[in-house]
Design a protein around this ligand. Sequence first.
Ligand SMILES: [Mg+2]
Length: 136
Amino acid sequence: MQIGIDFDGTCVTHEYPEIGKDIGAIPVLKELIKNGHQLILFTMRSDREVKTNFGAYREYFLSAAVTWFKENNIPLYGIQTNPEQRLWTDSPKAYANLYIDDAALGCPLIVPENSNERPYADWETIKKMLKEKGLI
Ligand SMILES: [Mg+2]
């Protein structure tokens, strides 16, 4: 299966543009890979040039997320797009069979006690759901 995966609030806590804290996604993502699934990073993060009155600089916020996957030995099949979809669509939506995203309806979340922090994906429950679907 091809699985679209969000980053902030899904793989790590919400600390954009920093990389958030570990929330238990890594072993579950590795299990998905072990079971032959392909991960497509699908995030609002981007690398871009920012122009100011004092000059231009580049932000590497998407690259930072890609590095997180590399450092954790989790291969990505696609970044922001499914490499196969250009053969049949120009749509900006990354094609996947399943999406894991903290903003998705039905995504189990952990709500931090500190109400200043945003809810993030509950990987213990996601793992159970993936097992129930026979994906891991
Ligand atoms: Mg998110």
